[in-house]
Every structure is written in structure tokens, then in C-alpha cells.
Design a binder for this molecule. Structure first.
Ligand code: UD1
Length: 417
């Protein structure tokens, strides 16, 4: 298995172009299953997860054609069964449920795998399909859903916010008969991007970006071109890299508005943030001040940046509290950060992080996608060589990470194993 060896303690400076958003690209590729013509996506990030989703839709029968950061997907699904082998690698595979059910009237999808950050059930996805009139059975690790005469629009009130369940419901309802209203919908920019792409294909969706989405079902969807939004989590990770190395990074090709919550916190830690329409510059010249955070659905502080922020707080000038409200088991990076001599106490769904002037290099292991990159950040800030193993998690969500950071002064080497 590949490892990263990071010779840390170097200030990062330079410009990084942010890639397209993984979490937008995955549902968009799934939505191609509903398209009667060709869906052409640009700014697609080339990641292990994107390739998994492409392999999955290909298995279902559609024809993806890839050229640079563009993918064109055409054709009818002739297989309605997403097997465990295809689905286990990535939880987002569940996003084929709504499209196949809505367009073909039946689907069988394996219960998903993905990052081990809690139990992460898919009960809301299943429940929402039932609200739209589907008959759903869960047996032997598979979800089987069918509807005789198509899905029927309904009022769906989610008990809590789920990004994936909102996306699956929005896709399914786009081809249902009548009107669907999703209340307590996720407001994440990736949900908005999906709504915009579905509308470009001919769907009638309004209110995406608010917690109340209205979908008027249409009979079919047709060809469209769509540019995937920038990856706000990748951008936020680099912003924290600038702060933790007391560096100066400019991030381009991104919309800073999507990271308001992070930038507000980074400013309070002492970083300087400058921004334009599609770029942001993050500068830091001293140790960060300790600032408490609690993760929240968008527009709050993203759970996908909690681990990275914890690395920053591990070297902050004082103690801070980090609370995780979205996932019940998202502190698996803590024991690894502690191997690097950080001082962190877990207390239920919060951590108290006592910042230290410096950490020590140690062999550490990546446990999930964002935990992996938090270890990269900690290593960048730590003098000496840190080795991170099990980095296949990192390759699921970060395109050319070493290249992008090394161009700005990092010393990261990949050992192919
Ligand atoms: C998406 C993101 C992931 C991010 C998460 C929260 C993608 C591909 N992934 O994941 O990077 O960390 O949003 O911003 O976009 N839940 C249930 N039942 C369900 C569905 C969810 O209990 O049926 C729970 C989850 O366990 C979790 C919470 O709801 O505790 C929120 O999860 P959700 O928003 O659904 O996350 P994902 O869509 O899986």
C-alpha cells in the first residue's frame, strides 16, 4: 500500500487551482441515469470516488466518454442491479436508487460502504422513496424498490438534514407524477448544483439552496451541459494548510462564499483572508489563536473540515473545543494526532484540544478521507519526517494533492508499496 512521507516544518506559499467538487460530481454522474440524451459534465475531478461512480453507471449500461476533465454520458440503463462489489467502496453509490427507480420503476442496490465515520444508515433514503409511492424491501444486504405506475409526488418532511437523502429525493421526484415538496432539505452548494443540472435537463425544481425544495415532476429529461462547482472542502483544506504552516496561499477557481463559515473562524484565529469573486488568499504569520467550533449542516461549519481544523487547533496557542454534531464517530483522527504528541481529550461528541507549540513526527495511519488529510496538515506543520500509511482514503477525495502542495513549498513524497 502507498505511503506518504512528509518532511514538515516548511512555510507554504503560492497559488493552487481548486478542482471540481467530488460531492457535486458524484450525484451529477448518478443523475445521468435519468437523462434521455447526453449529459456532458465539465470540471469533473479525477479521483478514486469519481472513477467508482463512473464504473457503477457503466455497469448499469450507460456509456461514459472521458476527455480531460469532461465526461459525456449517454444511453439507457439495461441493468438495474447495483451489486455489493461496485457499491461497497463508496457510500454515494446509494445515489443511483432515486434515478433508476424513477426512470425504470425498479432497482436493486446493495447497502453502501464508504468512510467508517459512524453507522451512517440509509433509512431516510428508503423512507423518502416510500413516501413517493415505492414498495421497498431490505434483505440480504440489498435494498429492492419498485413502483408499478411510476412515483407520485408527495410532501416529504425530513426529521433531520441529510445531503444524500435530499439529493436522492430530488432526483426521484423530478420524474414523479405531480408535485413534491421537500421540507428540512439540505442547503449544501452541491445540492444546489444538482438542482441546477437537473433543471438544465428539463426538470422543474425550485427552492434548492433553501430548506424547502419544490419539484414539479416531468415526463422525461434530455441532454444538457453542466460545469461542476468547485470543491469547497478541498479549498478549505488548503486554506487551513496556509494557516497551519503560517504561510500565504491563494486559491483560485472557487467561490469563497461557500466557505463563509470557515473563513469567519480562520479570521478569529488570526489569519488574514482576502477574497475576490472566484479566489481567496489566506495569510498567517503567527500561531493560531484557539477558537471553538461546532459542525453544522450548511451554511454552518462543515463536518468535512472538522478533522483538518483539529490539526490547526493542535498547534494553536491555547485550548479549544471542537464539537461534532453530524456524525457520531468522527474522531478517529484523534489517536493518530496523539501519536504525533498532540494533547486532545475526547468527551462524547466534543474534543478539548490543548494546543502545543510543536508536534513530533511519528508513523501514523489514515482512517477515513478527511482524517487522512488532517494528518497531512499536521505533518506539514511538524519539523521532521512523518509517514502516513493507508493513504488510499486520500486518493478518494483529493486530486493531485502532493503535486499541488509541493508546488507551494511542501516536501511530500509518495512511496509506492
Ligand atoms: C454527504 C457528503 C459527506 C458529508 C455529509 C455531511 C457526499 C457524497 N458526501 O454525505 O462528505 O460529510 O454529506 O455534510 O455528498 N443519516 C441517517 N439516515 C440516512 C441518511 C443520513 O441517519 O438515511 C445520518 C448520517 O448518519 C449522518 C447525518 O444523517 O449522521 C447526515 O448525513 P448525510 O447528510 O446524509 O451525509 P451523506 O449524504 O452520506
Amino acid at each position: 500500500m502507498d505511503k506518504l512521507v512528509i518532511d514538515g516544518g516548511h512555510r507554504l506559499s503560492g497559488t493552487i487551482k481548486v478542482s471540481g467538487a467530488k460531492n457535486a460530481a458524484l450525484p451529477l454522474i448518478a443523475s445521468s441515469l435519468m437523462c434521455g440524451g447526453t449529459l456532458r459534465l465539465t470540471n469533473v475531478p479525477w479521483l478514486a470516488d469519481t472513477l467508482s461512480m463512473i464504473t457503477l453507471v457503466k455497469h448499469l449500461g450507460v456509456q461514459p466518454q472521458i476527455k480531460g476533465d469532461e465526461i459525456s454520458i449517454t444511453g439507457e440503463a439495461n441493468v438495474l442491479d447495483a451489486p455489493y462489489e461496485q457499491v461497497r467502496k463508496m457510500r454515494a453509490s446509494i445515489l443511483v436508487l432515486g434515478p433508476l427507480l424513477a426512470r425504470y420503476g425498479r432497482v436493486k442496490v446493495s447497502l453502501p460502504g464508504g468512510c467508517a465515520i459512524g453507522t451512517r444508515p440509509v433509512d431516510l433514503h428508503i423512507w423518502a422513496m416510500q413516501q413517493l409511492g415505492a414498495i421497498v424491501e431490505v434483505a440480504d444486504g440489498y435494498i429492492e424498490a419498485r413502483c408499478r405506475r411510476g412515483l407520485i409526488g408527495a410532501k416529504i418532511v425530513f426529521p433531520f438534514v441529510s445531503v444524500g437523502a435530499t439529493e436522492n429525493t430530488m432526483m426521484a421526484a423530478a420524474l414523479a407524477t405531480g408535485i413534491t415538496q421537500i421540507i428540512n432539505a439540505a442547503r449544501e452548494p452541491e445540492v444546489v448544483d444538482l438542482g441546477n443540472c437537473l433543471n438544465a435537463m428539463g426538470a422543474k425544481i425550485s427552492g434548492h439552496g433553501t430548506d424547502n425544495i419544490v419539484i414539479e415532476g416531468v415526463k422525461n429529461l434530455s441532454s444538457a451541459n453542466h460545469h461542476v462547482i468547485a470543491d469547497r472542502i478541498e479549498a478549505g483544506t488548503f486554506a487551513i494548510a496556509a494557516a497551519i504552516t503560517q504561510g500565504d496561499l491563494t486559491l483560485t477557481n472557487m467561490d469563497p462564499v461557500y466557505l463563509d463559515a470557515l473563513f469567519a473562524v480562520l479570521e478569529r484565529t488570526g489569519a488574514t483572508i482576502q477574497m475576490g469573486e472566484n479566489w481567496v488568499r489566506v495569510l498567517s504569520s503567527s500561531r493560531s489563536k484557539p477558537i471553538d467550533i461546532a459542525t453544522q449542516p450548511y451554511p454552518g461549519f462543515p463536518t468535512d473540515l472538522q478533522a483538518q481544523y483539529m490539526s490547526l487547533m493542535a498547534v494553536a496557542d491555547g485550548s479549544s473545543k471542537i464539537s461534532e454534531t453530524i456524525f457520531e464517530n468522527r474522531f478517529m483522527h484523534v489517536p493518530e494526532l496523539m501519536r504525533m504528541s498532540s494533547d486532545i481529550q475526547i468527551d462524547g461528541r466534543s474534543c478539548i484540544v490543548h494546543g502545543k507549540a510543536s508536534l513530533k513526527p511519528a508513523p501514523v495511519m489514515a482512517t477515513d478521507l478527511r482524517a487522512s488529510v488532517c494528518l497531512v496538515l499536521a505533518a506539514l506543520a511538524t519539523k521532521g519526517k512523518t509517514t502516513i500509511s493507508r493513504i488510499y482514503h486520500l486518493d478518494r477525495g483529493y486530486a493531485n494533492l502532493e503535486e499541488k502542495l509541493n508546488k507551494c513549498g511542501a516536501k511530500i513524497q509518495r512511496q509506492i508499496g
